[in-house]
Design a protein around this ligand. Structure first.
Ligand SMILES: Cc1cc2nc3c(=O)[nH]c(=O)nc-3n(C[C@H](O)[C@H](O)[C@H](O)COP(=O)(O)O)c2cc1C
Length: 200
């Protein structure tokens, strides 16, 4: 079974509703997911680079889960990327730590989905504002997966679902997303279709 490292970066986790609920769901499957909280692991923001590299090396896939803050990731994740993804380890000569691993994002946002469209308030798709992660994933030769996104309905008077119901529902959708893009089944299907391609 493939094991996925989920790096959770939330500067205010104690007040989180969405990311906390997602973590609850991930923790029901410890054989599939390792949940790693950056802010509680490094409250002084001094990152143990060797430890982080070993964690990545010991997993098949990596998901970065965070609330979108100012159209970006929270600062400790940016610091993690800057300090952990070193030349010779993540990229460059001999840098193959991410090569072939599936990498993806799971993000929550306060603005509604329709605002992240060309005609919406933000004017850009979530995939566009978070493009640096795709570039990074490509640069380290990983296999970038579709983004799992959830737009909070907490302040949406037109929301059809109760907020807590919507969050619970999102946790289920998140698990389905991870099964679809990060599980053995997909890897096995790929292998089967590669084998078929080889025969054809
Ligand atoms: C400092 C800050 C910046 C934020 N920036 C954005 C943003 O750029 N886009 C957006 O859609 N939501 C933004 N939000 C809303 C958060 O993304 C939202 O509250 C969070 O995803 C909810 O998840 P949680 O319940 O796990 O905290 C921001 C919130 C804070 C506190």
């Amino acid at each position: 079974m493939t094991k996925t490292l989920v790096i959770v970066t939330h500067p205010n986790y104690q007040d989180s509703k969405i990311n906390k609920r997602w973590v609850e769901e991930l923790e029901t499957q410890p054989d599939r997911f390792t949940v790693h909280h950056l802010y509680s692991t490094y409250p002084d923001t001094v990152i143990d680079v060797e430890r982080e590299q070993k964690l990545v090396e010991s997993h098949d896939n990596v998901v970065f889960q965070f609330p979108v803050y100012w159209f970006n990731c929270p600062p400790l994740l940016k610091q993690w990327l800057d300090e952990v993804l070193l030349y010779g380890w993540a990229y460059g000569s001999g840098g193959e730590a991410f090569k072939g691993k599936k990498v993806g994002l799971a993000v929550s946002m306060g603005s509604p989905a329709e605002s992240y469209t060309p005609a919406g308030n933000q004017g850009y798709l979530v995939e566009e504002i978070l493009r640096p992660f795709e570039l990074l994933a490509n640069h380290v030769e990983s296999d970038y997966q579709p983004i799992f996104k959830f737009h909070s309905t907490e302040n949406d008077p037109e929301a059809t679902e109760d907020f807590q119901e919507a969050v619970d529902h999102s946790a289920e959708s998140y698990m389905m997303h991870l099964s679809m893009y990060f599980s053995d089944a997909v890897a096995e299907d790929d292998a089967a279709s590669d084998a078929e391609d080889g025969q054809g």
